[in-house]
Design a protein around this ligand. Structure first.
Ligand code: FE2
Length: 591
């Protein structure tokens, strides 16, 4: 039978990504940044035309500092021939080669949301039979949240910054939606105009704190050090189930007093009393209190929405997507403060992960195929064969700085790596296919001993150079997780931040944050056998089934993708050891 092959791409203000879906299975997915090696890389600089798409007409220049990518406000890139954009070819070829297909095999391209006509033309020229579909941003998020989840029915929460203006909403952008999913169907219950944007509010506080777009995680990390000073003020303005004059019932397009599920505090006015923190300026308690305030308000709204969904869907299962879904502290609060028993948060919850939702939207909803795909893992990068890895290794055989050892027996490799970690070395680990989402989940990770209280500073001063208020994360054997953390479900994608159990923070201080939480990844042998075995080997040596896991990159660079990227990053940083497939590479001067 002829295969159904869907290519899915999304270009938003947060990056550009692509996926290949074959017969309903997401086979491969990656982001442009991983192949071009430029963080948050976009196909084109942000141009004037794009600013209008984003609705940033007031003062486009204010975004130039905030957004972490290239701007060209003079030229219009909306008409550039995509065939000549080398970056586009790079990601496209990465996906086609990974799946061993050509454009002749492709039935459908699903794409959003800029340069649609150019992309359509490009694919039609290559293969006129390709069907071209442009889905809606927030409905795609709902698909991304629910269709790859393990549930046959679920409540769906989408929370992000903003989508694209839609005709259906009278040119409004949305910032979230609540839906219910059953089988292959999704029913939208409520949509939120951009006025209610949680992601927008979080971005404004993040900007005030001197961080850039896509750095909301820094605000989240800082919140642990804040007091409730500003939260206490702002929460008085946070209203639920109120009448709001400006609320437009999106689908009904009526103005007037309407019942809004929530009204955010007037944070714009509130924030205007504070100076913008400049890059490099010292952090003060005020900054931390502001971070605390936005974090807690976000949590309060998400918990409210979850409770509303629980009442209105009669489901025990909750699915979350949208950029705010990467807020693991809020997700955990939703879990413990709502009645939902199960939660699935898409591992690449933000806009880059939309490619998964878009492809499944076409396969399951438009083409009416039953759901067969479950996102049990996030290792959607391409494979690297043993031969390819050996060829890469061969290039470094004469490098006098390093020693390379090949292990025919992987058990020996696990034991040796685990011993290095237990001895306090900073190690890195590149195995199998790369993670699609922003979290390193044990295939492109820097790994260290969580028991050492000085490990955070050591990692920061030698390799990561991150702000000291940002926590490092634990990977724990799933069956041992509840010994250490207040968590009785799995957290395979590091998107829940439970409390560390009393007394356990002293055992694993390097992964316990200031507010006594930890951004946990639970690891099973089914999902990642090599990583599981490594943690198990560490447990045998130390009695602690946990590794400190942080992404394998240096700041301002994307996570390493190829084995060559891994070796280069290892060599140019102060990492001591690299476990690459069956090889261990050690820096001679460290041993
Ligand atoms: Fe989004």
């Amino acid at each position: 039978m002829k295969k159904s092959i869907i290519l899915s791409f999304t270009l938003s203000g947060h990056g550009f990504s692509g996926a290949v879906c074959i017969d309903g299975d997401i086979k491969f997915a990656s982001s442009l940044e991983r192949v071009t090696r430029v963080k948050n890389d976009l196909l084109f600089p942000i141009s004037k035309a794009d600013l209008e798409v984003f609705g940033w007409k007031a003062d486009p220049k204010q975004y130039v500092d905030f957004l972490d990518y290239e701007f060209d406000l003079e030229n219009d890139y909306s008409k550039v021939d995509i065939a000549k954009v080398e970056k586009f070819q790079l990601l496209l070829n990465y996906l086609l080669e990974a799946a061993d297909i050509t454009l002749k095999d492709v039935n459908c391209v699903v794409y959003s949301y800029r340069h649609n006509e150019i992309v359509r033309k490009f694919f039609k020229e290559k293969n006129p039979k390709i069907k071209f579909i442009i889905p809606e941003h927030h409905f795609s998020h709902a698909c991304q949240a629910y269709l790859p989840s393990p549930f046959q029915e679920a409540a769906i929460m989408v929370v992000d910054g903003q989508g694209v203006p839609m005709k259906r909403t009278g040119g409004d952008q949305l910032s979230g939606s609540l839906s219910s999913g059953k089988g292959s169907e999704i029913k939208t219950l409520v949509e939120f105009p951009v006025k209610y944007s949680l992601g927008g509010m979080y971005a404004e506080f993040t900007k005030k704190l001197g961080f850039k777009s896509n750095q909301e995680g820094k605000t989240m990390g800082m919140a642990a050090y804040g007091s409730s000073k500003y939260y206490d003020i702002l929460k008085k303005e946070l209203k639920f189930d109120s009448l709001d004059f400006n609320y437009r019932k999106v689908l009904q397009k009526g103005f007037g007093f309407h019942k809004a599920m929530y009204i955010l505090p007037n944070y714009g006015v509130f924030l205007s009393q504070f100076e913008d923190r400049k890059s490099g300026e010292k952090f003060t308690q005020t900054h931390m209190d502001l971070a605390y305030a936005v974090q807690k308000i976000t949590e309060d709204v998400m918990v409210y929405l979850a409770n509303w969904l629980y009442e209105n869907t009669e489901s025990d299962n909750l699915c979350i997507a949208g950029g705010v879904g990467l807020n693991c502290i809020a997700n955990y609060q939703v879990l413990i403060r709502s009645k939902f028993k199960n939660i699935f948060i898409h591992p690449n919850a933000g806009d880059n992960g939309l490619v998964v939702g878009q492809a499944l939207y076409v396969h399951n909803i438009l083409n009416k195929n039953p759901r067969t795909y479950i996102d049990t893992h996030d290792y959607l990068g391409r494979d690297y064969s043993e031969e390819e890895i050996q060829l890469t290794i061969n290039k470094f055989l004469n490098n006098e700085e390093i020693e390379i050892i090949k292990y025919d027996n992987l058990d020996d490799l696990y034991v040796n790596m685990a011993q290095y970690i237990a001895d306090g070395y900073i190690t890195s680990w590149c195995q199998g296919r790369s993670e699609f989402g922003p979290r390193a989940l044990g295939n492109r990770s820097i790994l260290a001993d969580p028991r050492r209280s000085d490990m955070k500073d050591k990692l920061n001063s030698r390799v990561k150079f991150r702000e000291s208020f940002r926590p490092f994360t634990p990977s724990v054997l799933a069956e041992r997780s509840s010994e250490f953390f207040e968590l009785d479900i799995e957290s395979p994608f590091m998107l829940l931040a439970p409390y560390v159990k009393p007394g356990m923070g002293d055992i694993v201080p390097a992964i316990t944050h200031a507010d006594n939480t930890a951004r946990v990844q639970t690891v099973t042998a089914d999902v990642n056998e090599r990583y599981y075995n490594l943690i198990k080997a560490f447990d045998k040596i130390t009695g602690v089934p946990i590794l400190l896991d942080t992404s394998f990159n240096v700041s301002d660079e994307p996570i390493v993708e190829t084995p060559l990227d891994a070796i280069k990053c290892f060599l140019k940083t102060d990492i001591d050891v690299l476990g690459l497939d069956r090889f261990i590479l050690r820096k001679k001067n460290k041993f």
